[in-house]
Design a protein around this ligand. Structure first.
Ligand code: GLN
Length: 537
């Protein structure tokens, strides 16, 4: 019998209630009581992973150290828990079916009809248990994507039912997150959608142990009693989840509502009365009481959906907190940046970040924004495509190279300063084939990057097919743009920085994927620091 305990988080009534944040908050509280916890997400869609999705669909694609392209909730898990996730932390329906079909082709089920139950549900359960079997964790929290009642999530829900049946209720707790809407006309919070959603779960054979109720207003005793009675849960297992100012408030709200203690009670585990959460509280105080404000322009082509840049915006919150500074993100659609308006749009900013991305749309606007930052001594931070655009800008406007471009943008530029990586040239399949995950990088002794990191060997995460073309390295260097971070195995340029500029750093990797509450990323901290200095000048 396993000693690992499994906690499942399902959602009802609507999507976007913040299951990921509730899961991460509960995990944070359990962690701060001394337990080892990880969180995994099971997504009901058919894509093998979100790597091929347009960011407008589900927001940013989060990349792990081991190169998994995953749901953005994994970013929240890492930012809250400060422990890395992996390939095993995000599973989709597509991956489950793919595994089962491969096994079928290999003859593993020989003679049998392969069916949703038991074959698909067995595969789901095997994946539920995978991280538990490492023996590293006391608790595995599994977030089931989508809403109860969706056709697509049925096999996941059925697998949760079976898990509870097989391991017993001492090992499995089911939490259901729902919405308690407020009807203005009636002046009342309404419980009916939650009742229906729980009914749906019951039909699938799952009695939730704990209800977490997302609400605009506090739940009074009467509502709590009603929810308990109709949904079959103990009254103190009805947990209120009030709308919060920041996601980082949610662990404190859950602590107040004793979500962690209720879960531990269910597992019959005793724990000290208060978790060790003092540093989180301090962090929150800093986030909420800034002494200064910075305006940072985020130039990107997906800005209509803020989730497309989730890790970047969170990294700014972490970095800002270290300086008691609120970072106001000024969202700039790269397509809107034109010759006529670019100075007006950008010159008042305290810093400019040009975001990652793919393809041609909005490229010219990004290049214009970089030119403004470079010429006007505005602190600049380029990430991945943002770095590549910075090199194109430099080649065009400083080196004056004729028709300088990236081969991602132009088919056959005369000066391809950014080019496809050699080992990408023959790749035809698009899923999971980029240069993905963590690689090390060595920093130049006398560089700003070296100073900012305070060490000379770093590891950062990647997701790209194009790279800086080393044939141009010496020209760039002569003109003041130095490669301050290099991957020694492949000579790939990881960081470029400009001399004679207050702060101009562009990275091929994605620093935003490694910033956490406990460890704000040094490049974001350095950038914020430079922006503050320039503002106070
Ligand atoms: N499109 C660029 C590449 O593939 C940059 C990718 C990114 O910004 N993540 O290299």
């Amino acid at each position: 019998m396993t000693s690992t305990k499994y906690i499942f988080v399902t959602g009802g009534v609507t999507s976007s209630l913040g299951k990921g944040i509730i899961a991460a908050s509960l995990a944070k509280l359990l962690q701060s009581r001394g337990f080892n916890v990880t969180i995994q997400k099971f997504d009901p869609y058919i894509n093998i992973d979100p790597g091929t999705l347009n960011p407008y669909e589900h927001g940013e694609c989060y990349v792990t150290d081991d190169g998994a392209e995953t749901d953005l909730d994994l970013g929240h898990y890492e930012r809250f828990l400060n422990i890395p996730t992996s390939q095993s932390n995000n599973i989709t329906t597509g991956k489950i079916y793919n595994n089962v079909i491969q096994k079928e082709r290999a003859g593993e089920f020989l003679g049998k009809t392969v069916q949703v139950i038991p074959h698909i549900t067995d595969e789901i359960k095997a994946n539920f248990y995978k991280l538990g079997e490492t023996g590293l964790f006391d608790f595995i929290i599994t977030e089931i994507g989508g809403c109860v009642g969706d056709i697509e999530s049925l096999p996941f829900i059925e697998a949760v039912r079976q898990t509870r049946f097989e391991l017993g209720s001492d090992h499995v707790v089911a939490i259901h997150l729902t919405l308690i809407p407020y009807l203005k006309a009636a002046g009342e919070l309404k419980t009916k959608p939650t009742q229906h959603s729980v009914k749906e779960l019951l039909e699938a054979g799952i009695q939730p142990d704990i209800l977490v109720c997302r609400t605009e207003f506090g739940l009074n005793d009467e509502i709590r009693r009603k929810l308990a009675l109709f949904c079959n849960v103990q009254i103190d297992h009805v947990i209120e989840s009030l709308d919060a100012d920041t996601i980082y408030d949610v662990p404190m709200l859950m602590l107040k509502e004793k979500l962690d203690l209720r879960v531990l009670d269910k597992f019959k585990i005793k724990s000290k009365e208060q978790p060790n959460i003092a540093s989180w509280k301090e962090y929150l105080i800093r986030v909420k009481n800034p002494t200064s404000i910075l305006k940072i322009g985020l130039v990107g082509k997906y800005i209509e959906l803020k989730d497309a840049y989730k890790s970047i915006t969170e990294s700014f919150i972490h970095a800002g907190a270290t300086k008691n500074c609120h970072i106001e993100i000024i969202w700039i659609q790269s397509e809107d940046v034109q010759e006529e308006n670019c100075l007006e749009l950008l010159s008042d900013l305290n810093g400019i970040l040009v975001a990652p991305g793919f393809g041609k749309r909005g490229i010219n606007g990004k290049i214009k924004a970089i030119k403004i930052a470079r010429e006007n001594q505005i602190p600049f931070f380029g990430i991945c495509l943002g770095m590549q655009c910075a090199m194109v800008e430099f080649a065009q406007n400083v080196l004056k190279l004729d028709n300088a471009s990236s081969t991602e943008i132009d088919d056959n530029p005369k000066n391809p300063v950014i080019d496809i990586m050699e080992n990408q040239k023959n790749i035809e399949k698009l899923g999971g084939t980029m240069r993905l995950g963590a690689y090390t990088c060595i920093l130049k002794q006398d560089s700003l990057a070296r100073q900012v990191y305070g060490q000379n060997r770093i590891s950062e995460r990647h997701r790209h097919r194009y790279e800086f073309n080393n044939n141009y390295l010496s020209q760039f260097k002569k003109a003041g743009m130095m490669a301050s971070g290099i991957n020694k195995e492949t000579d790939l340029v990881e960081i470029m920085e400009l001399k004679n500029h207050p702060w101009f750093i562009a990275t091929q990797f994605h620093p935003e994927l490694k910033s956490t509450v406990v460890n704000p990323h040094p490049l974001f901290v350095g950038f914020v620091d430079a922006a503050l200095k320039q503002k106070n000048q």
